[in-house]
Design a protein around this ligand. Structure first.
Ligand SMILES: NC(=O)c1ccc[n+]([C@@H]2O[C@H](COP(=O)([O-])OP(=O)(O)OC[C@H]3O[C@@H](n4cnc5c(N)ncnc54)[C@H](O)[C@@H]3O)[C@@H](O)[C@H]2O)c1
Length: 321
């Protein structure tokens, strides 16, 4: 991790950026993905593969992906497929990608209306983090990354939660020193989880705190209407509410999380009118196993559990009944 916005100078590079991050480069990109979640589709993946072939890439060439989670997900999937796997370096340029998307090897595109339905596990050989990239992030995208920082702190590092609570102004000002500390701690949390469970057979599922709700919200409202982080923050609020209802979550913990989310400007309110469609979307979620649905809940900070919950309980909670 550095503060510099460095693109690695490796031989035979294929640089993949999006239409915003291409402006951060001092060299030419080999493929530029239109920015936005709408680019996480099969057609774009095919275009990238065609561009790789057109550039005469060999398996020893290195795909260098410069951007946020969208370009990382599609670019890493393309790298994993090209000649059964090209070399891959990720240069995350969003806060969300630095603490989450660029780590842990999940690649993917949205397919058939489902988020990340098609993908592979393909960890990058290197992830080069330049904190300086956050400087040019639009405010909404920066805040979106903070949702994943909140999530990661809640899961695995009390110090991160305390930094978020006590250094709100410094974080709002994008103070590099404070951010470096928080980002580094998040990397250690995610790294430790992924090292134990790359393919999500067990503990990696904890990283999905708030995500079942978030994915449902994203698919009901249309991908892109909410940023991923905004949806995750909303989902974390729902996970707290569900936990309290089930007698799993301490009231004080839920209150603390709601306070933190609203301090950072996230929407946490119920949307009773959408309850039925949200449950329908969750039922179809690819992570569902059996008739009940699995949810990641917390007893307290850094104390996470997985619970099977009846769909009707979820519907009633979402409807505010
Ligand atoms: N693979 C994983 O483990 C994983 C984990 C979390 C999220 N994700 C995926 O990540 C995606 C969300 O990622 P994201 O929030 O980074 O979104 P994103 O990639 O769409 O980036 C957000 C916006 O910021 C722009 N941008 C990026 N860096 C910039 C910079 N430094 N300066 C100015 N603008 C910049 C982008 O062009 C884009 O418009 C979702 O598709 C989600 O599913 C994947």
């Amino acid at each position: 991790m550095t503060r510099e916005k460095v693109i690695p100078a490796v031989p035979e590079r294929f640089i993949l950026a999006d239409s915003n991050t291409v402006r951060l480069l001092s060299e030419k990109a080999d493929y530029v993905l239109p920015a936005g979640e709408e680019s996480k589709v099969w057609a774009r993946l095919e275009e990238i593969l065609a561009a790789m072939l057109g550039a005469d890439l060999s398996r020893d060439s290195t795909v260098v992906v410069v951007g946020g989670g969208v370009v990382a997900d599609v670019g890493s999937l393309a790298a994993s497929l090209y000649m059964r796997g090209a070399r891959l370096i990720l240069v995350p340029t969003t806060l969300l990608s630095m603490v989450d998307a660029a780590l842990g090897g999940k690649t993917g595109v949205n397919f058939g209306g489902y988020k990340n339905l098609v993908g592979t596990f393909y960890p990058a050989e290197e992830v080069r983090i330049g904190i300086g990239f956050v400087e040019s992030l639009p405010e909404r995208e920066y805040r979106s990354g903070l949702a994943e920082v909140i999530k990661t702190g809640l899961l695995g590092d009390e110090e991160v939660v305390e930094i978020l609570e006590s250094r709100r102004e410094a974080i709002a000002d994008r103070d590099f020193e404070v951010l470096e500390e928080a980002v580094w701690r998040c990397i250690l949390v995610k790294g430790a989880v992924v090292e134990r469970d790359l393919r999500e057979g067990g503990i990696r599922a904890h990283l999905n705190l708030g995500h079942t709700f978030a994915h449902a919200l994203e698919s009901v409202q249309g991908f892109g209407a909410w940023t991923h982080g905004e949806a995750v923050a909303w989902g974390i609020a729902r996970a707290m509410e569900l936990g309290v209802r089930l007698g799993v979550t301490e009231d004080e913990h839920a209150d603390r999380v709601f306070r933190l989310l609203s301090q950072y400007g996230f929407r946490t309110e119920l949307m009773p009118d959408a309850a039925d469609s949200l449950v329908a979307a969750m039922r179809k979620d690819k992570k569902r196993q059996g008739p009940t649905m699995r949810f990641i809940l917390q007893r307290d900070a850094q104390d996470t559990v997985i619970e099977e919950v009846e769909a009707e309980v979820i519907r009633a909670m979402l409807a505010g009944e």
